[in-house]
Structures are given as structure tokens and as C-alpha cells.
Design a protein. Structure first.
Length: 1185
């Protein structure tokens, strides 16, 4: 190996649509692999962009034996899922994802044949173990508390918020008001919201984890909902199922348990399981021996081992009903016992009542299963730790078993809360147990730390707390809650707490607990590298001056792409311009770029495979084209180009790996037109065939140049590469190619003084050009990825990828002061005021570079543009507001403005295009530049567009409230105009109005600094309460009703004869009997109801009766007479004849005396009349006109 392999992954979790097709109990296309020996990731390959992930992507090519096997499979991902836990055994584990699921057994078989492999296995897939089905802590709702004696246990302790119980499950509602969340994470979707995607009413299964969380940690005595057995314990909520998944399997349980273990959990509940066993899971559990792991035994009603409950060091929990019988579904112990204890989880009284997810965050439901039994028991364990936080998991289990109720159900004893706490009380013997935390524990001089007591009283109330804070102010405190402690001097400090009760005084000292460092002399400013592809990392920087810088990229996505790209700035990094390197062979690796100015630079390229030829290339047009300088041949089969450097436009040096037993070195005095090989006699020989150089590892101070080797040596020249000496350093291997556990970075500040930082953070110093090295005793945080010992100073910077961060030293490497915890890769400084560090871009417009902002000078850059909110085309006047010193130069940057830059103290700029614009000012008073940037200083807008169509009702009732709105534009205000007499006002996109019974138009305009838009209008009609009215026409008992109402939208008729009502607007109703009927019409619209009642006279004419009687009635209009014939029937004679109108008024009455009656009707007005014979038994309608 001839180079430091560069690989940083930005995608730490593969999120794919999950459908389990091959094996139910294992995740398709994934295996765990563990190597027998730990292999350290090279410092330059470390890449952790997400503090919540513990995974490190790896190159398969770094593992030649594995690569031979894996090359036959379609590998999608190769990573170490636990690398950043820092646990050695977990760091040996690899996770391989491949696309051909059917070959999983063959792949495992081949890997297990390799001597370096400890084991290879499938990745288990676990499923939730449940069966769907404080005001509520009553009656049968609390049967499970009653069974185990929770209330008696609470008389001893209500638990402590210092105890953290993690629920690792499908999802946990983050919004529920009945528990207190200490930390939360969605490891499946890689975000911080563990909430389910759907509510309980839509899918009960998604509330599984929320229900579990309430049983373990629902707050006690908070006046709402339920109480958990854990009382005041706090929740760590971890979601392990992707929200988009249609499969109930939990694909990220391993990552979820690992995250909980790394983020403060004392107890981890796992209410899931399956038959898949994994040595990797066992390693995970064993790596955290102080955490109590609790798991559901399973719901299959069998004795088959279920995992994770059956793993060693996990407490398996079975389920009982209210009568202490094993629940029918609960798994139980067989030949190999794994169910340790029993806990309520059955469906007595409908199941266990607990929290469920709704958007309101305050709902509850009942579920049953070992999934419920497990967290209920975990709550008891939390209660136990609140009495004695020093209990080991084995001690907790011992108390649970020895005090449990023997139910003889083959699932262990059923938990007894009071007895378990009494068991814990016996372990504390009355002595108090001191415990405390401080936040933060790493600070700058002058900052404060807040300390919190977490002591347990041991059974006797604590009566006093005595704190000691050496180095802090105050230095001591008596009382439970000390004030914030200020540390004024850099150093590492102990903290001591002594607690006293009636039995004794106990003391806890945390040694080196507080680290105080100097406030940095500057800070890092984010700059955007501008690469169009995300995850481009920076592994080399060449600084020409404070304005011109070149940097080389590599692929950090995990795809192992060979990248030939660079970026360049000519304005101090305000803008970086990316470029593609075209050297005629896209397969060559680019080692580094050394720049002379904005146009002239050289690069070193190396072969990635046999048959390729690297060498030195030069550009004179800013990187647009590159020309190979062929006299630096590098064309031997063993040639490998590592570095290139130029002191000026003519004198340069290039270094490559040994060929024929000698390092291949060249020098030039004419800009590389002619390169001359350095004579072999001038170069000490490599120790053996395993010694070679590393790309980019070069240091130059004046005429001195150094490069490093794979056997921990450094070559040194004092005359620009012509003659060489070699020195052994304390480092075994500077790049890890020969010894994977060794790597280091090197930097010199003068011809004699240099520093080395190795991968363990050890710092070595030389004062004789590297001939000998002395290990320094250091304080503070030292990072191990990058190092720059600034020339001519005693200032050094260290940067890191893992752990991530940066720090500086002002005393030559002894005392280190942390700057930040962001990720840094390569770092380079020209002066204490001019420096950059590279990292990864997240998009074409975000991240990728850090620029050092020097704060060593008392000068503080600042400015103001006036006005800062403008209409496009307006001139902005900028004023330099720098304080602390008098600048002698100014450099302004105005992207989007005209001009785009200025060197005036107080320039004017025009912004012609709407947008939000950054402004940067760099000032210098001779002590180094200071920069101030405001990324959103100027907001330019155009004339606002007409608002969208107004939404709201166009017909409303009188004197009511109504809301009207338009689509919101956050960059404008709104002016609403409403009809005269209406009330309401607003400058937002919506308005609430009350009308005054008058119709009118509502209009709105969008307004900004440029003016008002055209108005948008909606016409609104005021509806009235309806007025009921109708008419009717009777036609021999068939009455036609005609609605005459106004404003009605619905009708209800009651015809007064007991028949059903009608809802037609104009109904026709038939009466069977003549008479007067009270008819009611009820009309309604959106504004109200009105009712009218009228009496309708109905005369029912029976044609059949007239026919049977032989009676004839006919008018003689000429004589105004009405003739009635056929009055011969004995039942008709001597009966009354009546003439009535439609209202029932009698106009004529007489007695029938003849068989023919003639009636004079001249006195009748024109209209409709009825002849009634024999009290209406015979009737006939006639018209007079």
C-alpha cells in the first residue's frame, strides 16, 4: 500500500422500503460479521457527521481476504455499526448488506472459512410482543398495581428522576403529557422524533411503544392519567421502525438499543422478540455490564427460546393474569430456562391501561401481552435503583427473584414491589449513597457548571450535603443544590460531594471531572465549498494568501468513487468555485495540489491499479487545463507519486515511493519544465520493502522539507530536497498501511521545532529538526486527524473526525484548549489569522469549509447597511462599525449587489433583483484580518403580486362572525377593506369580520416596502331569516299547497289530519273528509326558522254518492238560477240545502220539500261554491262568474 486510503461516509443509515420476503426471523440481505482482531480505522478515513450514529462506513478493499469472498456477491453496504461506541468488542463487528437474499447461507459459509473471521451470522428481525385489544388509577383500571402491591411500595419511595428507563420499540409518542422524556431518537428514520406516524384509533399497533412507555415511566402524582410503577423515573424514547414500513418487523432494534446505551439509560426495556439468535446482539449486551436489560418473553405460549429475552444478562419477563395464573399466551421455561420473573400482562379487566398516541397527547387504552409485563417490571427496577443507584443488574435480579411470589407457573416468581424494595433497603444498610452530575463538564475560562445532587438516602433522610469545588467559585458549598460554579483558570479539576444522614457520612470524588480551557482566540466560520455533489470532503488545502486558496476533494459518500475535483477561492472564501481536474486518465488518484497563485499550481497523481502512470501536472490557467511534466517520469511499475511542493515559480520538489530500493525524488529549478532525479547517494535507503511514503504528508519551512514513511521514520532535507537525512520517531507507522493500529500527523513551526500527534492523542515534540522526540505531558483535548504548527509561532491547531472537534495550543503543544466539537478533516494555517479547515458539504450551497476568524486582535468587525429591507433597485449605504481598533484596510463582499465587492470604508451598493443577500466585511489593523459576515443582511423585494383568491363563504347570516383568507406570503403584509358598518381588521393573510345585515364586497391587497398589489375581491350576500307563507286550492278534497315563503331552503308541512309531514316545497295533499284543517308550514335556511299556521276548509265531493242518489245539479246562467233534480229519495227529502264558500261561510240555507228545487243565486258574488245536501253527505262544487 502506497497511500493513505481516503473514505468518509456521509450516509450512515440505509433507509430502504422494507418488505420481508425470505426469512421471517431475519432481515433479508444483511449479515453480521466479527473479526478476531480489532482493526483501527485510519484517521483520514474517519467520518461521523451525525452524533446520533455510531456507524463507520468502510472500504471492502481495505480487507483483502474479505474482498475476495465479497467480490462474488452484490454488496450494497459495508460498515461497522458500533465503531463509535468505543467498545472494543463491538468495534470488531461489521454489517454487510447485499442484494441477492437467496445467497445468505452460502455467503456466511464462505466467510466462516476465513481465518480472520470469528463468526458470521444473519441479522435477527424482532417483532413487538403484544396482543391488541392518575384519574384513571382507580378500580379495575389498576388491577396490575393491586396485584404487585405498588401503593405499598410507593410508601417507601416514589422513584427518582435521576433514573432513566429506555423504551426501545416501534415508536413512542413524544407529545404525551403523562411522562417526562429525558432523550429521544428515531434510529430507523434517522431523526429526533420517535412519534408514530398514525394515531391509536387508526392503527393500535403503532401505539405499542407508547403504551409500553407509560407502563414503565408514566409520571406519578401529576394529577393526570395513570401512574407507572417506576414513579418519577424519566423516559428515553427510541423508535426502531421506519414510518413508511408496511411490515411490523422492527429493523433497527440493534441500533436502538445501542443508542439508548450510549445516551444515559440505566434500564433498557425491549418489548419485542423472535427466535433469531445473534452473537452480535450478545456482544452488544455484554459491552454495557452496568445497564439492566429487560425483555418480553414472547406471546406464543411455547417454551421455545425467544430473543432478546433469552440472551445472557437479559432479564426475561413472562405474563400473569390478575389471579396469578400464567397468561395463556405467555411463553414459559422449558429445558433451557430463560424467563426469569413474571409480571402482570394479561387481559384481566380488559388488559393494562396505559398511554397511547393521539395528536392531543393525552389519551389512554388497554393492551395485554408480555410486551406490557416487561415495562411494568422495568418500572419496579427503576424504583429499586432510586433507593440504591449502585446496584448491579445481578443484584437487582436477585432481589426480584428472592422476594417474588412463587406461583408455580414455570415463568419464575411474580414480582412483589414492596418486598423488592425492602430487599434493596437491606443492601444500603442505612448509609447514604452520594451521587451527582455536572453540566457541562468541559468549559472555557470564566464559564459556569451546574451541579445536581442525585444521592440516595440509604433509608435514613440525608441531613446535609457538603460540596468541594477546587478551582471553582465558590470553592465549597453546604446544601443540596449549589449555585452555578464559575471556573476562571484553565485546568482539570476534581469535584467532591459528602452526604450525611443519621447513620454516617459518605463521600464521592470524581477525579478530573471538570476540564477548563482557554477561550479560543477565534472561531470557525462556515463556508460553502460549492461542489454540486454532496459528501465531497477536503483532504488537502494549499493557502497562497488570505484571499487565494486551493483545496482538493475526495468522495465521502461511501461509494468509493475516485474523484478528480478541486475548489478555489480568490476572495478569502466568500465564494468557492469548484473545478474538474482533467489529466487524461480519470482512474488516477489525486494526491495533492500545491498552488503558487490564483492561476499557477501543480498536482501529484498516483496510480490506482497496475498499468497506470502517475506523475506531476501543472496548470497556468487556474485549473482549466493541466499538463503533465514528463521529466518527472514516475513510470516504473513501482512508481507512486506522493507529494509536490514549490518554493517559487521555479524551484520545486516531488517525492514518490521507492523504486529499485531508492525513493524516487526529483527537483526542478525551472518550474518543472525539467525535473532532475535526486542522486541515490543523497537519499538514505528504506529499511525494507515495507517502507514507503504517504500522499500529502509533507512539511516545508524555509528551505527545510520533511516527509513521513510507513515505518515511522521522517526524511529531512535542509536544501530544498537535494540532500537527505532520516530519523526514527516514536510512531510505528504514519499512515496505518503496515500497522493498522498506528497513524500520526506531523507539523513543524521552524527549521528545528516540530510536533507529532499519534492516533492515540499522544503528543511528541522535537527541537532538533526531528532527530529526537520527547513525549509531552498534555492537558486538554487533543484531536488526531489534522495538525498545523503555525510557522514562526508557538501556536498549534489540532482537528478531528472521530472524536470530532478542534483545539489549539499557545504553548507549543502542552496545553490544549477546545474550540468546537464539529467535524474537521485537514487543517492548514498561513499565519495565526489566516487558516482553513476542510470537512464535508451537505449540498451545492451548504457546508464543506471552515475559515478561521481571528479574535486575537481587540478589533471587532461590524457593519450596518441602511436601509436593510429594500425594494429592488434601491441603493444601500454601508457603514463600517468596527470597534476596538482602527482598521487600515477594508474588503467588502456583496453577492447579488452592484458592485459585488469594495475596498472603501463606507461603500454604496445597489440590489436590482429580489432576494436575501449575505454581506461580509474583512478589516485589518496590521495585526491580522478580522471578518464579520451576516448571511441575511439585505432583503430586497419586488412589487407584491395580487393575493390569491379569497376563501370564505359568499352567503352569510346577519350579524355573525365569518373568516376570510388568502394563501399566506410571509414576506408581505395585507390590507383588508370591508363594507361600511362591518367590524374587523387584520394585517395577516386572514381576517375575521362581523357584518351589520348589509351585503357588500371584501377586498385585500398585499403590501411591502415597494407598495401595494392590485386588490382581490369577494362579494358577500347577507342572508335573511326566512318568512313563511303559502296558499291552497281545494279540488274536491285534493288540496294543492303553493309555497309563498321568502328565503327558505327547506320546508316541513303538517296537514292537520294526522297524516305524515311532507318536505316538498309545493305539496299536493288529499283529505278523505270535508272539514276545516289547521295546516302548519315550517321553513328553514342557514340563518333560522319561521312557522305559519292557516285553517283550510276542505269539501270532499263523492261522485259515487251523487250517482247513486240520481241527483242532478246544473246552473242556468241566463237566469242566475241553480237547478237540483232527482230529490226523491226519502233520505234526502226534508233535509237542508246549504251553499257555502271555500272558507265554509254559509250563503244560503233551505229545506228540501220538492223533487226539484230551483235556487236563485243572483246574490252570490263570483267565485267557487259548494252545495251541501244532508249535512254534507252529498256535495257538489260549482263556479259562478
Amino acid at each position: 500500500m502506497k497511500k493513505i486510503i481516503l473514505f468518509f461516509s456521509t450516509i450512515l443509515i440505509i433507509n430502504v422500503a422494507f418488505t420481508q420476503t425470505h426469512q421471517r426471523d431475519y432481515i433479508d440481505g444483511q449479515i453480521f460479521l466479527k473479526l478476531k482482531k480489532f482493526v483501527a480505522v485510519k484517521q483520514v478515513e474517519l467520518h461521523r457527521t451525525d452524533e446520533h450514529s455510531f456507524s463507520q462506513k468502510e472500504k471492502i478493499s481495505n480487507y483483502p481476504e474479505l474482498s475476495k469472498v465479497l467480490s462474488n456477491y452484490q454488496i450494497v453496504n459495508f460498515e461497522r455499526p458500533s465503531y463509535y461506541t468505543g467498545k472494543q468488542e463491538l468495534m470488531k463487528i461489521y454489517q454487510i448488506t447485499f442484494s441477492d437474499f437467496s445467497k445468505v447461507d452460502l455467503l456466511i459459509e464462505e466467510l466462516q472459512q476465513l481465518g480472520e473471521v470469528e463468526y458470521a451470522e444473519k441479522v435477527p428481525l424482532y417483532y413487538p410482543d403484544f396482543i391488541p385489544n392518575d384519574p384513571q388509577h382507580t378500580g379495575t383500571n389498576k388491577w396490575y398495581h393491586t396485584l404487585v402491591g405498588s401503593e405499598n411500595a410507593w410508601n417507601i419511595t416514589l422513584g427518582s428522576s435521576s433514573v432513566k428507563i429506555a423504551v426501545v420499540d416501534n415508536a413512542v409518542a413524544a407529545n404525551h403529557t403523562d411522562y417526562t422524556i429525558f432523550a429521544q431518537r428515531d434510529v430507523a428514520d434517522n431523526d429526533n422524533d420517535p412519534t408514530p406516524p398514525v394515531q391509536f384509533a387508526s392503527n393500535q399497533g403503532w401505539s405499542h411503544g407508547t403504551h409500553v412507555a407509560g407502563l414503565a415511566t408514566a409520571d406519578i402524582n401529576n394529577g393526570i392519567g395513570i401512574a407507572s410503577l417506576g414513579g418519577n423515573a424519566e423516559l428515553i424514547a427510541v423508535k426502531t421502525r421506519q414510518s413508511a414500513s408496511t411490515n411490523a418487523g422492527l429493523t433497527h432494534t440493534f441500533q436502538g438499543v445501542q443508542w439508548a446505551a450510549q445516551n444515559g439509560a440505566h434500564i433498557i426495556n425491549m418489548s419485542f422478540g423472535g427466535s433469531g439468535q445473534s452473537a452480535t446482539w450478545q456482544t452488544l449486551i455484554n459491552s454495557f455490564p452496568n445497564i439492566i436489560f429487560v425483555a418480553a418473553a414472547g406471546n406464543d405460549g411455547v417454551s421455545t427460546l425467544m430473543y432478546p429475552a433469552a440472551y445472557a444478562n437479559v432479564i426475561g419477563v413472562g405474563s400473569v393474569d390478575a389471579n396469578d395464573n400464567r397468561s395463556s399466551f405467555s411463553n414459559f421455561n422449558g429445558a433451557t430456562p430463560y424467563v426469569d420473573i413474571a409480571s402482570p400482562g394479561g387481559f384481566s379487566n380488559g388488559g393494562l391501561l396505559s398511554t397511547v398516541y393521539t395528536t392531543g397527547g393525552n389519551n389512554y387504552g388497554k393492551m395485554g401481552g408480555t410486551s406490557m409485563a416487561s415495562p411494568f417490571a422495568a418500572g419496579l427496577m427503576g424504583l429499586m435503583l432510586s433507593l440504591n443507584p449502585s446496584l448491579t443488574p445481578a443484584q437487582v435480579l436477585n432481589c426480584l427473584i428472592t422476594t417474588g411470589v412463587n406461583i408455580n407457573q414455570n415463568i419464575g416468581p411474580r414480582i412483589n414491589a414492596l418486598a423488592a424494595l425492602q430487599c434493596v433497603q437491606s443492601t444500603v444498610t442505612g448509609d447514604p449513597i452520594p451521587l451527582f452530575t455536572g453540566v457541562p463538564t468541559s468549559i472555557f475560562e470564566g464559564q459556569t457548571v451546574t451541579f445536581t445532587d442525585g444521592s440516595a438516602n440509604g433509608g435514613n433522610p440525608i441531613t446535609s450535603w457538603t460540596w468541594s469545588f477546587p478551582g471553582g467559585t465558590p470553592a465549597s458549598f453546604v446544601g443540596q443544590t449549589p449555585p452555578a460554579i464559575t471556573y476562571s483558570t484553565a485546568g482539570v479539576y476534581d469535584v467532591t460531594l459528602s452526604v450525611t444522614n443519621s447513620q454516617s457520612t459518605q463521600q464521592l470524588t470524581k477525579t478530573g471531572y471538570i476540564t477548563v480551557t482557554l477561550q479560543p482566540t477565534g472561531n470557525w466560520i462556515v463556508q460553502n465549498s460549492g461542489f454540486s455533489t454532496a459528501a465531497r470532503g477536503i483532504d488537502h488545502i494549499s493557502i497562497v494568501d488570505g484571499q487565494t486558496v486551493w483545496a482538493k476533494a475526495f468522495d465521502g459518500s461511501g461509494n468509493n468513487a475516485n474523484v478528480q475535483e478541486f475548489i478555489k477561492t480568490t476572495n478569502g472564501g466568500t465564494t468557492w468555485t469548484p473545478g474538474t481536474i482533467n489529466i487524461g486518465n480519470a482512474n488516477l488518484g489525486i494526491a495533492m495540489i500545491h498552488a503558487l497563485d490564483a492561476n499557477t499550481a501543480w498536482l501529484a497523481a498516483y496510480p490506482n491499479a497496475a498499468g497506470q502512470t502517475g506523475g506531476i501536472w501543472k496548470t497556468t490557467n487556474g485549473g482549466t487545463t493541466w499538463t503533465r511534466q514528463n521529466t518527472a517520469t514516475y513510470n516504473n511499475a513501482a512508481s507512486f507519486t506522493n507529494v509536490v511542493h514549490f518554493w517559487d515559480a521555479n524551484v520545486g520538489f516531488a517525492q514518490g515511493d521507492p523504486i529499485n530500493g531508492e525513493f524516487e525524488l526529483y527537483t526542478t529549478t525551472n518550474g518543472g519544465t525539467t525535473w532532475t532525479p535526486v542522486p541515490a547517494a543523497n537519499i538514505p535507503n528504506p529499511l525494507n520493502a515495507n517502507e514507503f511514503g504517504y500522499v500529502r504528508q509533507i512539511e516545508v519551512i524555509g528551505d527545510n522539507v520533511w516527509f513521513t514513511t510507513s515505518l515511522g521514520r521522517i526524511y529531512h532535507s535542509t536544501n530544498r530536497g537535494i540532500n537527505w537525512q532520516v530519523y526514527q520517531t516514536p510512531v510505528v507507522d504514519f499512515g496505518g498501511a503496515i500497522n493498522a493500529n498506528s497513524s500520526a500527523v506531523l507539523s513543524f513551526s521552524s527549521a528545528t521545532t516540530g510536533l507529532i500527534i499519534d492516533n492515540n492523542g499522544l503528543v511528541y515534540k522535537s527541537t532538533n529538526s526531528g532527530s529526537t522526540w520527547t513525549q509531552l505531558t498534555t492537558t486538554g483535548t487533543v484531536f488526531t486527524t489534522g495538525l498545523c504548527f503555525i510557522e514562526g509561532t508557538n501556536i498549534a491547531f489540532s482537528t478531528g473526525a472521530n472524536p470530532a472537534g478542534s483545539s489549539f495550543s499557545q504553548d507549543g503543544g502542552q496545553t490544549w484548549n477546545i474550540i468546537d466539537n464539529a467535524q474537521h478533516l485537514y487543517v492548514e494555517f498561513k499565519t495565526p489569522s489566516i487558516g482553513w479547515s476542510g470537512w464535508f458539504n451537505t449540498s451545492a450551497t451548504q457546508d464543506g469549509m471552515w475559515k478561521w476568524n481571528n479574535l486575537a486582535t481587540s478589533m471587532v468587525a461590524n457593519f450596518q447597511g441602511s436601509p436593510s429591507n429594500i425594494c429592488a433597485g434601491t441603493t444601500v449605504n454601508f457603514t463600517d462599525l468596527t470597534t476596538g481598533s482602527t482598521p487600515t484596510s477594508w474588503l467588502w463582499s456583496f453577492p447579488g449587489g452592484t458592485p459585488t465587492s469594495s475596498t472603501m470604508q463606507n461603500p454604496t451598493v445597489v440590489y436590482n433583483t429580489p432576494g436575501t443577500y449575505a454581506v461580509t466585511l474583512t478589516v485589518d489593523d496590521g495585526n491580522g484580518p478580522v471578518t464579520f459576515s451576516d448571511n441575511a443582511h439585505i432583503t430586497a423585494v419586488g412589487m407584491p403580486a395580487m393575493p390569491s383568491a379569497i376563501t370564505g363563504s359568499t352567503s352569510i347570516c346577519p350579524n355573525v362572525s365569518a373568516t376570510y383568507s388568502v394563501v399566506n406570503n410571509p414576506n408581505v403584509l395585507y390590507t383588508w377593506t370591508i363594507p361600511t358598518g362591518w367590524t374587523g381588521s387584520s394585517t395577516s393573510n386572514s381576517i375575521n369580520v362581523i357584518n351589520d345585515n348589509t351585503s357588500g364586497a371584501i377586498s385585500v391587497t398585499a403590501d411591502n416596502i415597494c407598495g401595494s398589489s392590485s386588490p382581490r375581491t369577494i362579494n358577500v350576500t347577507i342572508l335573511q331569516t326566512p318568512i313563511a307563507a303559502f296558499t291552497s286550492v281545494d279540488n274536491a278534497g285534493t288540496v294543492t299547497f303553493t309555497d309563498a315563503s321568502t328565503g327558505a331552503t327547506s320546508w316541513s308541512w303538517n296537514f292537520g289530519d294526522g297524516s305524515p309531514t311532507a318536505s316538498q316545497q309545493n305539496p299536493v295533499h288529499t283529505y278523505t273528509t270535508s272539514g276545516n284543517y289547521v295546516v302548519t308550514l315550517t321553513v328553514t335556511n342557514g340563518c333560522g326558522t319561521d312557522i305559519i299556521t292557516q285553517t283550510v276548509n276542505v269539501i270532499v265531493t263523492s261522485i259515487n254518492e251523487l250517482a247513486l242518489a240520481g241527483i242532478k245539479i246544473y246552473p242556468t246562467l241566463a237566469t242566475n238560477q241553480l237547478t237540483i233534480e232527482g230529490l226523491t229519495t226519502s233520505t234526502i227529502k226534508n233535509k237542508e240545502i246549504k251553499i257555502v264558500d271555500v272558507l265554509g261561510k254559509i250563503h244560503f240555507i233551505s229545506t228540501i220539500t220538492n223533487t226539484k228545487e230551483i235556487i236563485n243565486i243572483s246574490f252570490l258574488a263570483n267565485g267557487v261554491y259548494f252545495i251541501l245536501l244532508d249535512e254534507g253527505k252529498v256535495n257538489q262544487k260549482f263556479f259562478k262568474n
